[in-house]
Every structure is written in structure tokens, then in C-alpha cells.
Design a protein around this ligand. Sequence first.
Ligand SMILES: *[C@@H]1O[C@H](CO)[C@@H](O)[C@H](O)[C@H]1NC(C)=O
Length: 337
Amino acid sequence: MFIMASKGIALLSVFLVLVVPSQAQECPAAEDILPCSCNVDENNHVKLDCSDVTGEEELASIMAKEFPSNEVFSLMIQYNMNLKTLKTTTLADKIFTEIHIQAGGLESVDAGACLGSVSTLKKMDFRTNKLTVYPFDEIPQYTSLLQLRLGGNLFETFPHISSPTLEFLDLHGHDFGAIPDGALSDLPSLEILFIYRAGLTEIPFETFEGTTKLRDIDISYNQISRIEGLTMHGDDSYIIADHNQIVSSGLSANSFTGVKDYVSMWNNLVDVFDEATWRPLLEGGARLDITDNPLKCDCTIAWLVLNGTLMNQLAYEPTCSNGAPISMLDPSLFEDC
Ligand SMILES: *[C@@H]1O[C@H](CO)[C@@H](O)[C@H](O)[C@H]1NC(C)=O
């Protein structure tokens, strides 16, 4: 009887070890990290918010304290104009999976500032600051990096970034003028690229050589007049190209390849709705927003007007240059084209 009971306890404890999830994570004591705050979310992630720090020194002194574990899931700092530099030593021995310092006054991320997290960091997000200094040459060292968001800063030239793992790159909101040859060619895992409002006047075909997984691209609000060969991959692929200066002669059958979901072309300068360019896209099932273009509704558009299936792929209500909605054109008038 006694033996049975102890066996039962032994079994029970094995059971408990199996069922109890990984050790519950803990925040540092609240008074140790003021003005930062910390919580452990439902995924057992320790999340630190230091939006109210008075500057680099205070942040560094908090990070230098002993935490229950050096591993912190995320650091968030938002709308903070006082933190201007992330120094090599600022984050001390703390190791992060995500760092978000957004919409503030950050001017410089010094060499090595985030290298403590070199094997854990998945998201590095320094959107909308005043960055001119950033250690681009360190990026290949991050072995888990998936997202790099540096849009809305003050970089003057489009950086060369190399990463075997990076899936999402955001460099919108700059005045780059051009993407140098090969700048994206060492990003074999790149799926999503945001380069809207980047002062771009062209995107040469070669730009995307090597990006064999590119799925979504946003090149809106540039001054691009031609698209030579954007090849997208995957089922929910889209191209956002509105607010450019794209003309009919800047497009061809190779302009948009593999787009399955959506192409936004509103507010461009397309006049001839050329069958060679657009039929493959619409037949592939993509929806197209071609509103706000000076479309000629002559015989060049007959192939579309005469096919209700393809007409249905048009989003919103595109109009001819004279203002008439394309959907209201009488197909019988195009039968003799
Ligand atoms: C419209 O185009 C689709 C796709 O190419 C084609 O399958 C269909 O037969 C066409 N319909 C007409 C009425 O021409």
C-alpha cells in the first residue's frame, strides 16, 4: 500500500514536470527601473517600456541593474525626444528579441549598441527618428533578424544591407534619389520592402536580382516613370505604386510579374491601357486600381471593355481622361475596333 502510494507520487511529479510550461518569466522590481515599466504578457514575454527616460544616461543606468533574467523580450521607447544616442554600452548585458525606438529624437545608433542581442534579435525598429548614424555593416551578424525598420530617418544614401534572414525592410521616407546597384542583392530572404516617399526616380530591373522571395513592395509617392521588371512571389503578393509618374511607355509585359493579389497604380500618368502589359496581370487574378490616370478610352482599351470578367478585376471606379467611368462604356461601340 505504502509502496503503491509513493509510486503514485513519483508518477504525479513526473506528470507535473511534463505539464508545467517553461519557467514563468519575471519583471525586475518596479522601483528599480523607474521611469520604465515592465509587464509579462500572456506569452510569458517580459516587455519593458522606457518611453519616459530622461536620456541615454538614465536608460544606461537602468539597463546596468541586475534583472531576474538578462533576457528581456522587448524594449519599447516611443515619442521620446531626449534619447539621442544608443551607445555601445547603453543596453549593458541585456538581451532582446525586439527593440522598438520609434517617433523620437534618436540620432545615432553606435557600433555594437545592439550586438549583445546578436543571436536573439528578430525585430529592430527605429522608425521615424533623426538617425544619420547606424551600423549597417553589423547587420550580417544578426542570425535571427527578420525585420529592420529604419523608415523616416535622415540617411542620405540608400544603404547596402546584407542579411541571410531579413524578411522585411522598411526604408521609406528619405530622399535617396536612387537605389545603388546591388544594394538589395544580399537579401535572399526579403519578402516585404517599403521604399515609399524615398525620392526615387527609377527602379532598374537589376535592383531586384537576388530577391527571389519578394512578395510585397510599396514604392508609392516617388517620381518613378517606368517599371521594368517587378517580379513578385507568393500568393498574397502586391505592388503599391500610386502617386508616381508612370507612363504607358514605361510599362511592358515584364513590368509586373507574379502579382496575385493587388496592384495600386492610382494617380499616375498611364494613358494607353496596353493589353500586353495588363492582360497577364488581370488574368492572373490580381486586382488593379488604375483610378486617377489619363486613360484613353479609344480602341486601345477595347480588349478590356469587351471582357466583363477582366473588367471586374478593376478596383474602385476608374475613368477615361474625359471623366467617363470605364464601367459605363458601351461595349457595342468597341466591337468594330
Ligand atoms: C475574358 O477573359 C478571360 C481570361 O482571359 C477568358 O477566360 C474569357 O473567355 C474572356 N471572356 C470573353 C467574353 O472574351
